[in-house]
Design a protein around this ligand. Structure first.
Ligand code: ACO
Length: 392
């Protein structure tokens, strides 16, 4: 193309900030319908799946593409339990990671996932078969909580707990944390949370995983990038902050003044608002139910604070359509089930590994390098270098 043709060629189209409303791929994994307050995994209502199915059934649905029958579920669970074993080289290094100061469990998980990728010799997805990518996906999902809990305990001076082979993903998650078989009610509450957060459309971390996969890179690299994207408070970092709000409010009578002052001073209420949902976030509806079933003072306070926050947002941010998001009750559920606050986002990362790996498998299966453009708005090029400007 000569210079005249280039000048006439249509330039790239500028997408809206945050890529809002722009579809960048086709997917069969699932979708979020923000206006309806509905999301699904491969066509099945995700809230119904969380209410009626085990972690492994939904994990199978997302990674294998179909709901398993009971035999398939048993086999998938047994296979995933075997895959919980860590490579020796990695086990030896986990205490070192756990003693890096400050200890941030999500950062530690990101580092450990990277190590597992190296220690298991993950190769670029473009050099291996779809079946190999899928096997790696299941393995990485199975080891993520084992890595996380081993480092968390090591940081506290405790020995890691071997996951009980009798327990499924959710119960083993709590057992590896505490060293005890969990109360089934807590395990089921956590299982519902984990299923609800496995996937959620083309969110920032899933998009990140897909961008990395589109370069043909290995699956571990995609997960490391996705965890980085998840770490931001605007994405996965809110549940402990939402709980902090409850602590700061302390008693129901203080809620209105506290929340009003926050919003009036330009701050955001953690656990409210969503880029896609412009009505109730269906995840928050089920998690509210789970939190209230588990009961306790914190759940009661949360319900009052939620109602008050919605009233305040309506008064001070009218027409913005701000509702409770998944993070608000997630913190209450996890806290009641005994998960420490600094483990909230890492817990989210573990369940979302299912969605990330499904997205990486899909991207690797129908790949085209994701390489958008930007519109240059700086000084017109080429700018002359300042006179006398020299190599230093
Ligand atoms: N509290 C107070 N005001 C809010 C909130 C909130 N939580 N969320 C949005 N607003 C206001 C904004 O101040 C803005 O008001 P303005 O029009 O007067 O400027 C208006 O609503 C629109 O806000 P945007 O930033 O355009 O909304 P966006 O879609 O970009 O943001 C987000 C979505 C980032 C989740 C936002 O609602 C937020 O910051 N929430 C708090 C953090 C949070 O809960 N994060 C977890 C999200 S869930 C998840 O990722 C799994």
């Amino acid at each position: 193309m000569n210079a005249t043709e280039e000048a006439k060629a249509p330039g790239p189209v500028l997408a809206p900030p945050g890529l809002e409303g722009v579809a960048v791929a086709e997917t069969t994994i699932g979708d979020v319908r923000g206006e309806e307050g509905f999301f699904h995994y491969r066509g099945y209502n995700a809230v119904e799946l969380a209410s009626k199915c085990s972690f492994e059934q939904v994990w199978h649905l997302l990674i294998e593409g179909e709901l398993p029958n009971s035999e398939q579920t048993k086999k998938f669970r047994a296979d995933s339990i075997e895959l919980r074993e860590l490579p020796d080289q990695v086990s030896k290094l986990l205490p070192e990671i756990a003693h890096i100061k400050p200890f941030v469990p999500l950062d530690a998980l990101r580092t450990a996932i990277s190590l597992v990728g190296s220690a298991t010799g993950l190769r670029p997805t473009m050099d291996i078969s779809a079946e190999e990518v899928r096997q790696q996906a299941v393995r990485m999902t199975a080891v993520a909580p084992v890595l996380l809990m081993a480092m968390y305990r090591s940081h506290q001076g405790l020995e890691p707990v071997t996951p009980d082979p009798e327990l499924g993903y959710a119960a083993a998650y709590l057992q590896m944390l505490t060293g005890k078989r969990p109360d089934p009610e807590y395990a089921r509450a956590v299982e519902k949370y984990l299923i609800l957060t496995m996937d959620h459309g083309f969110n920032a971390s899933t998009f990140t995983a897909r961008v990395i996969a589109s370069t043909g890179a290995d699956l571990g690299s995609g997960l490391v990038g996705a965890i980085g994207a998840l770490s931001g408070p605007l994405h996965g970092g809110a549940p402990s902050r939402a709980l902090q709000t409850l602590d700061e409010i302390g008693t129901a009578d203080r809620a209105y003044d506290y929340l009003r002052e926050k919003v009036a001073s330009g701050q955001r209420l953690m656990g409210f608002g969503h880029r896609v949902y412009k009505t109730d976030d269906p995840r928050s509806t089920l998690l509210r139910e789970v939190a209230l079933e588990l009961g306790g003072e914190q759940a009661d306070l949360a319900q009052h604070v939620e109602q008050t926050a919605l009233q305040v947002l309506n008064e001070l941010k009218p027409g913005r359509r701000l509702y409770t998001n998944v993070e608000f009750y997630a913190g209450v559920v996890m806290n009641t089930a005994g998960i420490p606050r600094d483990m909230f986002t890492p817990t989210f990362a573990c369940s979302r590994t299912v969605g990330w790996t499904a997205a990486i498998c899909e991207q690797a299966g129908h790949n085209r390098l994701i390489r958008p453009s930007a519109i240059y708005v700086g000084p017109p090029p080429p700018q002359p270098l300042p006179q006398g400007y020299e190599y230093v």
